[in-house]
Design a protein around this ligand. Structure first.
Ligand code: AMP
Ligand code: ZN
Length: 472
C-alpha cells in the first residue's frame, strides 16, 4: 500500500518514499506550555497521532521515530507566568502535565522523544554559531538575527516572495534589523526576567528564538535530513519557513524535511479557534461535562485533516452516536462468543479498501464510510489505525466518569473500586426491580427504573426476561 500525502513544499500529493524504510523519521511542532490545550491544539495532536499510527502500521512500530517537542521557553510563557505571579518552571511543568493528561484522554500515543527546548540550549547556540560563521546571521544590540536575503530559497514553502515580505512590512521594523524579514535567533534578557528563562550565550545572557528550537531539536534526534515535518497551517509561515532557512544554511547541501504536512484549522463559526480570539473550548471543559475522550477524538477526525473543521455540538452528538453503534456491533460479537480483542483478516477486501482511503492523504470521511459496512473484526482493525474502538465494549457502555481510561490512569485502584461498587449497586437494583415485576408491583419497578435513569443509567429489558443496562 502506497502512502500519499499532500506536500506543502511541492504543492501536490506526493508518494511517500522513506529515506530509510527501517527508520522513518517524523518531527511535529509541539505545544508552547503556557495554557491548557484547546480543541484546535488537540486537532493537530490527534491528526499526527493518526499519521504516526499509520506509519507504524505500514512500516512496523520499531521502524518509526516520532519526535514532538515541548516549547518551554517563549515570550508567551514569560507573560503568562508574570500574570499568574508564579515561577516559570512551575507554570511550564503544570501545563505540560495538563497537556499529557488531556492528550492521553484523547488516546494519543506519546511520541518516541519529547525534547524540551530548555534542555537543548547548547545545541541551539552551536547552530547559531554556525549560521554566523557561514554569513547567514549577524549580531546587533545583543540580538542575533537571521539574514533572510542570505538564503536564496527563502519563501519556497509558503510561496511568499522575499521582496514582497520586505516591501510589505507594515509594522515598524526594529532598528537592529538589517531587513524587515530578518528574524531573531537569540534575544537578550530583560531586567526582571525570571532567571529560569535566562541562559548564557556568547552574545550575552538571554533566550533563543522560537524557530531555532525546532531546527536544533529535530537535527539532534532525527538528523539533518528526515522524512516528514508536521504542524498546523498557521505554522507554515513564518515558523516552518524559518526552520528550513536555519537548518539548510547551518548544514549546506542538506534537505531538511522531505514532506511538509499541515493540518487545517479547527474553526468556530468560520473563525480559527484561538486563545487570542477567546472563542476556544478546552479539552478539559468537554471531559468535565462528561464527554468521553474517544468521542472528542472522533469528532476531531470528522473532516479530512487538511480542511477546516467547524466545531459545534452536533459533531460531538454524531461522534457519540457513531461510536455507540460501532461498540454495539463489537459487544454483540463478543457476547456471541467472538473474542473482543480479535483482529484478523488484514487482507480482507474491506480492510484493503479502508487502508487505501487512509493512505490517500488520510481521507478520513471515506474511511468512515467504509467502516459503516465492516465486519466486527474489521472494525477493530480499522479502529486501531485511527486510535478508536480499542476499549472493551462492555466498558464503553458501562464505564463511569468522563473518561474511564483516564480515571483509571489517574488512580487505578480507587477508580476500579468505585466502578465495581457502583456496578454492584446497579445490579442489585435491577434484581430488586425484576423481583418487583414478578410480584406485579409495577409502581416499585417503575420507581427503580426512574431512580436509575436519574443516575444516568438506562435499562434495556430483554425478551428473555433479563435486563441489561448502559450509561446514557
Ligand atoms: P499554539 O499553542 O498556538 O502554539 O498551537 C499549538 C499547535 O496547535 C500548533 O501546531 C498550531 O498550529 C495548532 N493549532 C492552534 N490553533 C489551532 C486551530 N484552531 N486549529 C488547528 N490547529 C491549531
Ligand atoms: Zn516548530
Amino acid at each position: 500500500m502506497t502512502l500519499k500525502l499532500y506536500n506543502t513544499l511541492s504543492r501536490k500529493k506526493d508518494e511517500f518514499t522513506p529515506i530509510d524504510a527501517k527508520n522513518i523519521r517524523m518531527y511535529v511542532c509541539g505545544p508552547t506550555v503556557y495554557d491548557r490545550p484547546h480543541l484546535g491544539n488537540a486537532r493537530s495532536v490527534v491528526v499526527y497521532d493518526v499519521l504516526y499510527r499509520l506509519l507504524c502500521h505500514l512500516y512496523g512500530k520499531d521502524h518509526v521515530t516520532y519526535v514532538r517537542n515541548i516549547t518551554d521557553v517563549d515570550d508567551k510563557i514569560n507573560a503568562a507566568a508574570k500574570a499568574n505571579g508564579e515561577p516559570i518552571s512551575a507554570l511550564t511543568q503544570r501545563i505540560e502535565g495538563f497537556f499529557h493528561e488531556d492528550m492521553a484522554a484523547l488516546n494519543c500515543l506519546l511520541p518516541n522523544k519529547e525534547p524540551h527546548a530548555t534542555a537543548h540550549i547548547p545545541q541551539m547556540v552551536a547552530m547559531i554559531e554556525k549560521l554566523i560563521a557561514g554569513g547567514h546571521a549577524y549580531v546587533a544590540e545583543g540580538h542575533v538575527l537571521f539574514s533572510v536575503s542570505s538564503y536564496k530559497n527563502y519563501g519556497a514553502l509558503s510561496g511568499r516572495k522575499l521582496d514582497d515580505l520586505i516591501a510589505g512590512a507594515r509594522v515598524e521594523v526594529e532598528s537592529y534589523k538589517r531587513e524587515a524579514g530578518d528574524f531573531v535567533l537569540w534575544k537578550p534578557a530583560e531586567a526582571g526576567d525570571d532567571p529560569s528563562s535566562v541562559f548564557p550565550s556568547p552574545w550575552g545572557a538571554g533566550r533563543p528564538g522560537w524557530h531555532i528550537e525546532c531546527s536544533a531539536m529535530s537535527s539532534q534526534y532525527l538528523g539533518d535530513h528526515f522524512d516528514i515535518h508536521g504542524g498546523g497551517a498557521d505554522l507554515m509561515f513564518p515558523h516552518h519557513e524559518n526552520e528550513i532557512a536555519q537548518s539548510c544554511c547551518a548544514t549546506p547541501h542538506s534537505q531538511f524535511a522531505n514532506l511538509w504536512v499541515h493540518n487545517g484549522f479547527l474553526t468556530v463559526n468560520g473563525e480559527k479557534m484561538s486563545k487570542s480570539l477567546g472563542n476556544f473550548t478546552t479539552v478539559k471543559d468537554l471531559l468535565d461535562k462528561g464527554v468521553k475522550g474517544e468521542v472528542i477524538r472522533l469528532a476531531l477526525l470528522s473532516a479530512q485533516y487538511s480542511k477546516p473543521l467547524d466545531w459545534n455540538d452536533k459533531l460531538v452528538e454524531d461522534a457519540k452516536k457513531t461510536l455507540d453503534k460501532w461498540y454495539q456491533i463489537l459487544r454483540r460479537h463478543s457476547r456471541e462468543g467472538g473474542n473482543p480483542q480479535e483482529t484478523g483478516m488484514p487482507d480482507s477486501i474491506g480492510m484493503t479498501a479502508y487502508l487505501g482511503a487512509i493512505c490517500d492523504d488520510m481521507n478520513f470521511p471515506k474511511a468512515f464510510s467504509l467502516m459503516h459496512s465492516a465486519s466486527p473484526e474489521e472494525l477493530r482493525m480499522m479502529g486501531a489505525v485511527l486510535g478508536i474502538l480499542q476499549q472493551n465494549p462492555e466498558d464503553w457502555f458501562k464505564g463511569f466518569g468522563a473518561d474511564y481510561s483516564r480515571e483509571l490512569r489517574a488512580d487505578i485502584k480507587n477508580a476500579i473500586d468505585e466502578v465495581n461498587s457502583k456496578q454492584a449497586e446497579i445490579i442489585s437494583l435491577i434484581d430488586a426491580r425484576i423481583a418487583a415485576k414478578k410480584s406485579k408491583n409495577w409502581a416499585e419497578a417503575d420507581r427503580i427504573r426512574k431512580e436509575l435513569l436519574e443516575q444516568g443509567i438506562i435499562l434495556e429489558d430483554k425478551p428473555d426476561g433479563t435486563t441489561d443496562w448502559r450509561r446514557a
